[in-house]
Design a protein around this ligand. Sequence first.
Ligand SMILES: Cc1cc2nc3c(=O)[nH]c(=O)nc-3n(C[C@H](O)[C@H](O)[C@H](O)COP(=O)(O)O)c2cc1C
Length: 360
Amino acid sequence: MPLTTVLTERLRLTHPIVQAPLAGGGDTPALVAAVAEAGALGCIGAAYLAPAQITEAAREVRARTSRPFGVNLFAPQPVPASPDAAPVLARVAPFFAEVSLPPPAAPALPADAFEAQLQAALDSGASVFSFTFGILPPAAIAAIKARGMFLMGTATTVEEARALERAGVDGVVTQGSEAGGHRGTFATEFETGMIGTVALVPQVVDAVRVPVVASGGIMDGRGLAAALALGAAGVQMGTAFLTCEEAGVPAAYQEAILTAREDATRITRAFSGRPARGIVNRFMQEIDAGGEVLPFPWQNALTRSLRAAAARANRAEYLSLWAGQGTRMARRQKAADLVARVAAEADAALGRLRRAPVSR
Ligand SMILES: Cc1cc2nc3c(=O)[nH]c(=O)nc-3n(C[C@H](O)[C@H](O)[C@H](O)COP(=O)(O)O)c2cc1C
């Protein structure tokens, strides 16, 4: 029996499951549409896409499904002044040589495209708009609401959730410390925002009135059942969707997730300059071992060509292998099967719990 929550009702979903936006290419239109067709919410992680690419990705999703989907951007950040890149260039140069790239040059940032990205997202046909890394400017929030989109922001602490609610979001995505990818923390040091999902979700549920979507380490129906028991209205899953057949990540990345133990990930600044959880590989080990990295987004720009070359060559040792702590539960499967399985497992888990005493 489908699990009905305020999220499924507000967003017209069959299952209270959100495919996390996966900026960097994991969330292909095929993945987003397959998730939507399966009755969950697929999301386009648009933060690294040019406005025209957002428009095209959304067009492809709409061509494949008429069901609701979401779009996601990073809240605009103050960009630190151009740093002295020389010491960091020297540290990453050997990796560039290993993949036959010319020595790295001082990174350049593209012109700020947030306003044009926002406009493309508003025009995308998405019915949900989510964001991370902060709070959107009031004018952006007003424009999103004027379109009737359901607005969700990411919180890693209770205070961040409260701030998002005050800013007018319709829902809060909690990002537990188990989560793969960049930390969304914006109101405190990232270390302070490292709260596990089991502790974070009920405290945020108690603090805000809007629906809460739990993310971080949720990979199967047991996780969904647990999140609902903690008071969440649904779950957002990233790592679990990365190993789906429709995901747009290199085979070596999927293989790294599928063979990773629960202790295989850690938080690093090595790839982007912003703390993010990924599977430890040689690049991370050597760059984290000592010496500085550039602040976000400069380090991200610096390592972009290395990561792209590694993706082309299917070389996991230079890729940012963003993944959460639930890796042992990852499977290779179709996105529709993942959604159906998570929903059925959650239903079964809840049924089992009703038949006390609890046993395996
Ligand atoms: C590869 C990857 C890319 C991500 N990109 C985004 C993004 O663009 N926007 C966002 O809000 N969250 C992003 N996230 C974070 C997810 O929203 C979510 O917090 C996380 O995946 C949950 O933990 P899990 O991976 O254990 O399921 C990303 C996560 C991963 C693994």
